[in-house]
Design a protein around this ligand. Structure first.
Ligand SMILES: *Cc1c(COP(=O)(O)O)cnc(C)c1O
Length: 217
């Protein structure tokens, strides 16, 4: 199947769920193919790759940063990035806030939550997220739009476990929405090629799909 067909199929299946086409490691020509099929939302995990792609491609693309981000790299993307999904520390939040202020804009951010049984994944603990909103720490970051939460499930064939992890993230999401009632906080990003169907069942509003669209990396 062609990239354009895969995107059309996915869009039908996803309905109102937002598709972030994860284009990391893939060349600009393939992104252009997806763009021509109507895709406008793309995800990259490395700043060094995101910056040249942003420069080369149409400016109506919404770029999502989905990989772990070093504070010293935020300045390279602060002027244009649409959303940073992988915010995993207060230090990073502070830096994004400062850099966004320099560009006189707000940057959409998702707080990444650690839900997996794996050392390699990172993010805030659920208790830290609850504390963050209960103690109204969000007031310290005027140039950040808190848009929701992001999580990655354990990389396992145990579908029950994956579903459970997504469900726990959705419960946390609901809990936070009761504390932090800002209407901009409505996004739950979970699910990739291997588990997006489960993620949608458990309430994802954004899925991040790479290999199903672009093939193996
Ligand atoms: C690479 C990546 C994805 C997409 O993974 P696929 O298995 O190719 O769909 C999703 N989320 C994050 C954070 C990633 O780094």
């Amino acid at each position: 199947m062609e990239i354009s067909e895969r995107i059309k199929e996915l869009k039908k299946e996803l309905d109102t769920v937002t598709l972030v086409a994860v284009s990391k490691t893939h060349p600009i020509t393939l992104i252009q193919e997806a763009y021509q099929a109507g895709q406008r939302v793309f995800g990259e995990n490395r700043v060094q790759e995101l910056v040249p792609k942003h420069e080369a491609l149409p400016k109506d693309i919404q770029w999502h940063l989905i990989g772990s981000l070093q504070t010293n790299k935020v300045k390279y993307i602060a002027s244009f990035v649409y959303m940073i999904q992988s915010v995993d520390s207060l230090k990073l939040l502070e830096t994004i806030d400062k850099e966004a202020q320099k560009h006189n804009r707000k940057i959409n951010c998702l707080l990444q939550v650690y839900i997996a049984q794996e050392e390699t994944k990172h993010g805030f603990d659920p208790t830290e997220i609850v504390d963050f909103f209960t103690t109204q720490k969000f007031n310290n970051y005027k140039n950040i739009e808190f848009s929701g939460l992001m999580g990655m499930a354990t990389n396992t064939d145990n579908l029950d476990q994956v579903s459970k992890e997504f469900r726990s993230l959705n419960l946390l999401f609901t809990q936070i929405k009761n504390i932090y009632t800002n209407p901009s906080f409505f996004q739950l990003s979970m699910g990739m090629s291997s588990d997006y169907k489960l993620a949608i069942k458990e309430g994802a509003t954004i899925v991040r799909i790479g290999s199903t669209i672009f093939g193996k990396r």
